[in-house]
Design a protein around this ligand. Structure first.
Ligand SMILES: Cc1cc2nc3c(=O)[nH]c(=O)nc-3n(C[C@H](O)[C@H](O)[C@H](O)COP(=O)(O)O)c2cc1C
Length: 197
């Protein structure tokens, strides 16, 4: 299938088959995503591939604690905007899917002498690299969920990342469950999103 057609069919899955696949696919995909443009070429990203069931279990445990605290004080407009997804505080996909890719954003870096160095536009740079990664994974025929825990500080601790790295997003990667009913979503028209001058 052409890439454009595959991208038009991309959907977020929240239930996954447990069967695994060769991790090399993810290494190859990240190997392409790291060619993303970045502010002053600082490449301010780290992609942590998690396949260890114990670590996935701990990430799920901590994510559910964060979600349960968040859902107690979620603003009404936010709840309303999420209604179509039927989300709950339970996140079994964090354990079911064979891999999680936890993306970290470096907010500063160290030079070869260990001095702190600046990073420019890390949010945009990591967002672009993550978008490229999602594109390659989709092209490979993999399914995924972009998951943002309501509070994500625990990821730094669980994955033992250094202080200059902040959690950005979790990509839950695998084969979407055949039993998962995709929520109905619509797309804006070309006319709404494209303005030609
Ligand atoms: C930055 C970002 C954060 C998201 N966070 C979550 C999340 O925490 N939980 C979830 O179930 N879906 C999450 N999503 C997925 C969106 O709900 C989904 O992309 C949207 O409903 C459109 O559906 P589709 O991806 O199936 O086309 C997130 C998507 C993005 C881009």
């Amino acid at each position: 299938m052409e890439l454009i057609e595959k991208l038009k069919k991309r959907r977020s899955y929240r239930e996954f088959e447990t069967e695994t696949f060769d991790i090399q696919l993810l290494i190859d995909a990240i190997g392409a995503a790291k060619y993303a443009p970045s502010g002053a070429n600082k490449q301010p990203w780290t992609f942590c591939i998690v396949k260890n069931p114990e670590i996935k279990k701990e990430i799920r445990r901590q994510a559910e604690i964060a979600e349960s605290a968040f859902y107690k004080k979620i603003p009404l407009h936010w709840q309303t905007d999420l209604d179509y997804l039927n989300l709950t505080i339970e996140k079994p996909f964090l354990e079911e899917a064979p891999y999680l890719i936890v993306v970290f954003k470096q907010v500063y870096q160290f030079d070869s002498e260990g001095n702190e160095g600046k990073v420019y536009y890390p949010e945009m740079s990591v967002g672009i690299a993550t978008g490229m990664l999602i594109t390659v994974l989709t092209d490979m025929g993999l399914d995924l969920l972009t998951y943002t825990p309501s509070s994500d500080g625990f990821l730094t601790e669980v994955l033992d990342r250094p202080e200059n790295e902040k959690p950005f997003i979790i990509l839950v990667v695998g084969k979407g469950s055949k039993n998962y009913t995709l929520p109905l979503v619509t797309r804006k028209s070309d006319e709404e999103v494209i303005k030609i001058y």
